[in-house]
Structure formats: structure tokens, C-alpha cells
Ligand binder design. Sequence first.
Ligand code: ZN
Length: 175
Amino acid sequence: MRLRRVGAIAAVATAVVLWWRLRPSSSPPPAPGAEPHGVAGLAAWAPSPPTSPVSRAAAYGWAAPLTAAGLLLGALSRTPPRVHDGVVRFDDARGLGGRMLRWRGFAAATLGHVIIAAGTPGERLLRHELVHVRQAERWGPLFVPLYLAGLVRYGYRQNPFERAAYAAADGPAAA
Ligand SMILES: [Zn+2]
């Protein structure tokens, strides 16, 4: 009984921390060399899409638990799905999915091979979300705890997974 109460308190505390951290606000970037090597590497890594049929099948299978959650959320978005770029998109999401996005001020969210968008995503937003698709293909179910750990530690915008997605969406700096 006591254990269940501790579990419930931990779940509520986790939800509150995530709710507080999951905001599309900007915080200053870390000073060069001020963060662990692996974190900086993760923030600079936008994995490439799988090319062979075997690696593609492996990527879809590995990311399938996330995709299943995305399809469930998409089904609650009361908007028809369409397949584009190898992902299932729910544009102009309403229902639970759309409300969750708008509450927190997000334009879109990606779960595995599913992109749920508040409106019709433009090219830059799609480039950003497709990086999350590639991250999910590489990390599979591990992506969720890793992403949440990054969120709690660094906040939304400085989460290394987000920094990689923003960098890829913005493209290489003009030289
Ligand atoms: Zn993102």
C-alpha cells in the first residue's frame, strides 16, 4: 500500500517536472567545452535515413513501439492520416493530440514514424521532425527515457536531441 502511494507521488512529480520542462522556450546555449563530450556529439548528430530494404525494415521494427504510441495519439486527433516521406502524418490535429500540442505551444510532435502537427507543417518543420524520426530509428524504445533525461537535465531547447533537430532544420550556416 505504501509502495503504491510512493509510486503515485513519483509519477505525479515526474509529470510536473516534464510539464514544467516541456516548453518551447529558449535558454542560452552551453559554452563550448562546458558539457560532456557525448552530449555535444549527440547534439551534432542527425542520423541518415536507412537505405537498404533490410536496414529500413530493422529501423521500422525497432521504432515500432514509438510508432504504435504515435498512431494511437494520431487516432485521437480526429484528422485523416496520410503517408509521406515514409512517415504517417496527422496534419491539422484536433482532439487530444492537437490540444496537447497547442497547450504547450508546439507546432508538431513526432513519435516513431508518426508526425502529429497542429497545422500543415512547412519544409523547415518537417526537416526538424524527420530528424526525430531518424533518432527514433536509431534508439528505438530507448529514445523515450533518453529524450526525457535530456529534457529534465537541459530543458526543451537545449536538449541534445532538439539541438540536433534544430541544426538540421536550419541547415549549414551560410559561409
Ligand atoms: Zn523537436
